[in-house]
Write a protein that binds this ligand. Structure first.
Ligand code: DSN
Length: 478
């Protein structure tokens, strides 16, 4: 694509926006500048292509399209049908799935669709049938009580949050923790790895309706064949949330036992992480669950977002190209180079390394909490996020970990040499930061001390590292 076409498209869009609310146009421009300048290591973020971004800014946003392709509750959905069918077709082909539902607005939404589909498939509940048959506004309080009574003690077994699991896998701050009686499996304290025998034991004791695999902070592959065998041994439905590593599945880096699609009854994902599409979610399943999954809207979703489904179609078409497999492999190569660089400099990594897109540093070895480390890195131009480590003594707010991931920097073109330089910058900041004290002189989990000259120097080195790899090189807003 020529520099001209993309620059013209974005410049023209900003000109049109500026005429209405210049502060929004300015913020959009500032966001691009900020993203261009920062060393973005947030494992769940990426940079979507200009084509994907442009697909979201148009009149598809104006259309209501509740229902499914060819069966809508609104007239005039023929063009929405075209893009939704295309997105689903690309998703099926890319992942080798029988059915794809591309309406979920986010990963949480995709998981809710999956939970309700599984409940509807597995639980004999008159209240659930009634809830599905009516609009949500037509349900009385008594209907909701009946629903809770009939579904309330269903069980879910998922990975614990501190071992790297996700909030939506049955934890209290999320609705999944209120819908299900939840128990979690952790990791082996000595290796940090999933112990499949322990998962099987927990499944035998707990007899869950749903066994969930998937993570947002586990730096290793999961053997989905073994997990499916465990689910089958207790009659559980096996669900995989592949939001973080969907790009590695799409790029055929995770194959065989490590590809969830042939092993799980149902797979959910987001589309904006390693898959590099627009913000959104998606559900893949076999024919047994397809009808229930397609009831996602209006059961748990608002009307579909046709502009985002169109962008999903574009991004999934991109992911089907041969160069996406190369990209996916480079994500993992870069994560391993980053992990090696950190280990050589003395950092402690959960599980001792990585075989996916993310690395989890246990920053207690530097005498810091995750919160202190996150802020000190941010002061130095390095964007990460704090994350709990297994059995974290500092809990989920302060944490003892820093999660870093390579999908975004890999999109920018950085490689192994730059990952080693990045490891040096991270190690410099963490080893030169010390824990601070509160006003009363007591040890603080949030305050820290870092010489501003060090932060400035690292920030400059980070900018130099990024300079040969311009972000959106075809887009010039000047
Ligand atoms: N917020 C995403 C992440 O950072 O992993 C998952 O929901």
């Amino acid at each position: 694509m020529s520099r001209n076409a993309e620059s013209t498209a974005f410049r023209s869009a900003l000109e049109v926006i500026r005429a209405v609310e210049p502060r929004v146009a300015d913020a959009i421009g500032a966001e691009l500048a900020d993203q261009r300048e920062s060393l973005k290591l947030i494992a769940s973020e990426n940079y979507a292509s200009p084509a994907t971004l442009l697909t979201m800014g148009n009149w598809f946003s104006d259309k209501y399209a509740e229902g499914t392709v060819g069966r809508r509750f609104y007239a005039g959905c023929q063009n929405v049908d075209t893009v939704e069918a295309l997105a689903a077709e690309h998703a099926r082909e890319l992942f080798g799935a029988t059915h794809a539902y591309v309406q979920p607005h986010s990963g949480i939404d995709a998981n809710l669709v999956a939970f309700w589909a599984i409940l509807a498939d597995r639980v004999e509940s008159p209240a659930l049938r009634k809830a599905q048959a009516r609009h949500v506004n037509d349900l009385t309080e008594a209907d909701w009580f009946a629903l809770r009574r009939e579904l309330g003690d269903q069980r879910m077994l998922g990975m614990s949050l501190d071992a790297g699991g996700h909030l939506t896998h049955g934890f209290r701050p999320n609705i999944s923790g209120k819908m299900f009686d939840q128990r979690s499996y952790g990791t082996d304290p000595s290796t940090g790895l999933i112990d499949y025998d322990r998962v099987a034991e927990a499944a035998r004791e707990f007899r869950p309706l749903i066994l969930v695999a998937g993570y947002s902070a586990y730096p290793r592959k999961v053997n989905f064949r073994i997990m499916r065998e465990i689910a089958d041994s207790v009659g559980a439905t096996f669900m995989v949330d592949m939001a973080h590593f969907a790009g590695l599945v799409a790029g055929k880096v995770f194959t065989g036992d490590f590809d969830p699609v042939p092993h799980a009854h149902i797979v959910t994902t987001t589309t904006h992480k390693s898959l590099r599409g627009p913000r959104g979610g998606m559900v893949l399943c076999g024919p047994e669950l397809a009808d229930q999954v397609d009831r996602g809207c209006p059961m748990v979703l608002g009307g579909p977002l046709p502009h985002v489904m169109a962008a999903k179609a574009v991004a999934l078409a991109e992911a089907r190209r041969p160069d996406f497999a190369d990209y996916a492999q480079r994500i993992v190569d870069n994560a391993q180079a980053l992990a090696d660089g950190l280990l050589r400099r003395g950092a402690t990594l959960v599980t001792g390394g990585t075989d996916n897109h993310l690395v989890l540093i246990d920053v207690s070895g530097y005498g810091l909490t995750g919160r202190q480390a996150e802020q000190a890195l941010l002061d130095s131009g390095i964007v990460t996020n704090r994350n709990a480590v297994p059995q974290d003594p500092n809990g989920a707010w302060y944490t003892s970990g820093i999660r870093i991931g390579t999908p975004a920097l890999t999109t920018r073109g950085l490689g192994a040499t730059e990952m080693d330089a990045t490891a040096e910058l991270i190690h410099t900041v963490l080893s030169q930061t010390t824990a601070g004290t509160g006003p009363d002189g007591a040890a603080s989990k949030a305050k820290y001390v870092l010489d501003p000259a060090v932060a400035e120097q690292v920030g400059k080195q980070a900018a130099d590292l990024l300079a040969p790899f311009p972000l959106y090189p075809t887009v010039d807003l000047a």
